[in-house]
Design a protein. Sequence first.
Length: 348
Amino acid sequence: QWRAMGYRRAANIVKRMKMPLTASTIDLLQTKAYGIGSKLVTRMKDMIDNGGQSTLLKELKGDPKTASITELGQVWGIGPSTAHSLFQKFDIKSVTDLRAAAHSGRIKLTHGQSIGLKHFDDLKERVPREEVARIRDFVQLRAKEICAGVDVICTGSYRRGKNTCGDIDLLFCAHDFHTERNQVYFMKQLVMELKRCKFLVEDLTETFECSYMGVCKIPQQSNERNICRHIDLKVYSRRSYPFALLYFTGSDYFNRSMRHYANKIGWSLSDRDLVPVIRPEGKKGIKIKIGDGVPAVSEEEIFGALGLQFREPNERNCYGSVDEDDDDDDIDNPIPESPNISSAMHDV
Ligand code: DCT
Ligand code: MG
C-alpha cells in the first residue's frame, strides 16, 4: 500500500515537472526539492532506457502470480493480503478456483466476500455517471418520504466529476439527526424501505448502524437485466456533515495528504471533526485533544481553518482514482507552500 502511494506521489511530481524528464534531468528527482527515493528513480531510468516501457511491469504482467492476485483482489472484500494468502496457502489462482473452493467448503469466505463473489461480474463493472445520478434520485425520493428535510448528496468519485464510478456513495444529513439514535433510526427505516421496493438486493455488511454497505439495482419494469451495483449509505449530524462531505468526496490520496498536513501543524482531521491535538510520542503514538473542534459549516471553512486554499471537488482527483477515460490535471498535494501556517492556526 505504501509503495503504491510512493509511486502515485512520484507520478504526480513527474507530471507537474516544468522540464522534460530525460536521462540528464532524472537525477534531479533525488534532490531535496523533489524527494523521490533512489530505487524509484532507478525504475524511471529503466523506463527511459526502454523507450517508456518498464521492464518490471513487463515481467509482472507476464507473471502468473501477479495476474492471479490482481484477479482475486477484484472480488469485493478481498484485499491484496487475502488474495496473496489464497494464492499461497490454498493454491487458488482465479475467481473460478475461488468459487470451487468456497463451494466445496475448502475455504470459508466472510459474508461480504461471498456476496462479492456471487456478484463478481456485475460489481467489477464501473457505473456510468448517469446511472449513479438515477440511483441517487431513486434513493432520495424514498429518503424524503422518511424524513422530509433530509439532504442527500452523492460523494466519492461522482462528486469529483468522474465519468464512471466504482460504486455509489450517498451521504445523508438533516437537522433531526442530532442524536445517534435518530441517525440509526433513519438508516434502519431507509434500508427497510429500499429492501421492500427490491432496490437493495444484498447486504455487504451483516449489521449496520450509521453506515450501510450493500448491493442494489433499480427495479425494472421490462425484462431487461439490470446490473447490480455496490452502494454505500452514510448518515451524519449537521455538525459533522462538512467533515464527512470532505472525507467521502476524497480522493483517498487527497484525504491522506490533507490529514498529513493537518497532523504536521497540530490538528487531527477526521470524517467528524477538526481538533487541535498534541502527540507526545510523535506521529505514531497517542493523540491528546487540547481544545475544542472547529465549528465548520462548509468545506470551505475547513480548508480555511487549516490555512489552505479551497479546492473544488474536481480538483481533488489523483492517480488513486484514475479511470481509463481520465484526463484530470491531477494534483499531488493540496497544500500550498504557505508562509503563514502559524497565523492560520491562530486565526482558528
Ligand atoms: N476514502 C478514504 N480512504 C480510503 C477509502 C475511501 O479517504 N482508504 C474516502 C475517499 C473517497 C470516499 O471515501 C469513497 O471511497 P471509494 O468509493 O472507495 O472511492 P471513490 O473515490 O469514490 O472511487 P470509486 O469510483 O472507485 O468508487
Ligand atoms: Mg466511490
